[in-house]
Design a protein around this ligand. Structure first.
Ligand code: NIG
Ligand code: FE
Length: 388
């Protein structure tokens, strides 16, 4: 079965060989989808015939968003903590333990329903690929079940047993690192693609983070790092040294950190929802882009520091507050996320790519930042199937 989507006013391919600029923009375009894949992109006037036809009516079409950083396996919420923050209290890593208690108390079915709710909520807003971390279980059984549940919804599963030290190990953080790099890793590795660690004051220091990432890598898990979120620290340098796919947050960077990212394959994944919801200063995307680093934008969806599934919201904030152009932000939310997940089949609309498409109720992708807070999703296809 093939589908021709024609009369596309503005097409973002993210493939410069198919159009202008880094977004590979094409006006008056068409796309042909065959099964799960893109078969053809080009000017509407020269599009080949297909079994079915969809008239985009001059609107903008882009790759589905790739949200490469989210924490969706949890129960409960932290409204009270958010309220307290908006009354002046500071965010600390310790709030994670509130969600750990609620998550441990939840049934598998409750957790599964929550993940489905958030993945569906994201899909309705154009997110067709989402990464999902564990990290609110912090026991062998609870971390393994979080990843089992996540794996039913996405292949991009991340073992984050090293989110904070489990409450049972409050007096023995070294013992907890042993567990995370030992029995917990054994139980989690079969269900995970990635290993992550929250390298931060109040969570894990550089040596502990190195131990977690290298143990995970020995089991075939690819590293990514929560780095330099709340303060300066060793996370970014460690991520680059270990060849991590991504260093996430990057809010407090020295010139050396920026240079290390720019000189490496490690993507700087920026999560403006976290600064928004913790009333913190935003990371400086302009500085990273000007240095030559690859930047991704993601939601960090979690109940503590960033309870949003909206990539469009994050993109608008990044444009307004972090020095990104609308084109750069759209690229970061699609191709950038794909790079942060080391995926070549998503984040781009070239022949052979997965047919993950977001049609906007707008003539241009720029409207994602120009019309903040407005639901602009007209249609979504995931792997060639109309999902919204
Ligand atoms: O990415 N930084 C660590 N983890 C989450 C916060 C989790 C929480 O507060 O529950 C984050 O912001
Ligand atoms: Fe996070």
């Amino acid at each position: 079965m093939s589908l021709l989507i024609t009369n596309v006013g503005s097409l973002v391919t993210n493939d410069p060989s198919h159009g202008t600029g880094p977004l590979g923009l094409l006006a008056d375009a068409a796309v042909v989808v065959e099964g799960e894949r893109i078969a053809w992109v080009g000017p509407a006037a020269s599009a080949p015939a297909a079994d079915e036809r969809f008239d985009a009516a001059g609107r903008a079409l882009l790759p589905g968003f790739v949200d490469s950083h989210a924490h969706l396996v949890f129960a409960g919420d932290r409204t009270a903590e958010f309220n307290a923050r908006m009354s002046g209290q500071a965010y600390t890593a310790g709030g994670i333990r509130t969600t750990v208690a609620a998550t441990r108390a939840a049934t598998d079915a409750e957790l599964d329903a929550n993940v489905l709710r958030f993945v569906t909520e994201a899909l309705r807003q154009g997110t067709t690929t989402v990464e999902c971390k564990s990290g609110y279980g912090l026991t062998v059984e609870d971390e393994a079940r979080a990843l089992r549940i996540a794996a039913a919804h996405t292949p991009e599963t991340t073992y984050l047993g090293a989110h904070v030290v489990a409450p049972e190990f409050a007096d023995d953080p070294a013992g907890y690192v042993d567990l995370v790099t030992g029995a917990m890793l054994d139980a989690c590795a079969p269900h995970a693609r990635w290993v992550d660690v929250f390298c931060e004051r109040g969570a894990f220091d550089g040596d502990q983070a190195r131990a977690v990432l290298t143990a995970g890598a020995k089991r075939g898990l690819l590293p990514r790092v929560h780095a330099n979120q709340l303060s300066y620290g060793p996370g970014v340098q460690l991520a680059v040294e270990l060849g991590a796919a991504s260093a996430d947050h990057c809010t407090h960077l020295t010139d050396e950190d920026v240079a290390a990212l720019a000189g490496s394959d490690t993507v700087a994944t920026l999560l403006p929802g976290a600064e928004f919801s913790t009333r913190a200063a935003y990371p400086d995307a302009r500085r990273l882009l000007d240095a030559g680093a690859t930047v991704a934008l993601s939601t960090d969806c979690n109940p503590g520091s960033s309870f949003t599934t909206s990539m469009a919201f994050c993109l608008a904030v990044a444009v307004r507050e972090m020095g990104m152009t609308p084109d750069e932000a759209v690229h970061a939310a699609t191709a950038g996320g794909a790079r942060a997940l080391r995926r070549t089949d998503v984040g781009t609309l070239a022949p052979g790519a997965r047919a993950d498409l977001l049609l906007l109720d707008a003539p241009s992708h720029v409207h994602l930042a120009y019309r903040p807070g407005v639901p602009l999703t007209a249609a979504v296809w995931r792997a060639g199937v109309r999902a919204v």
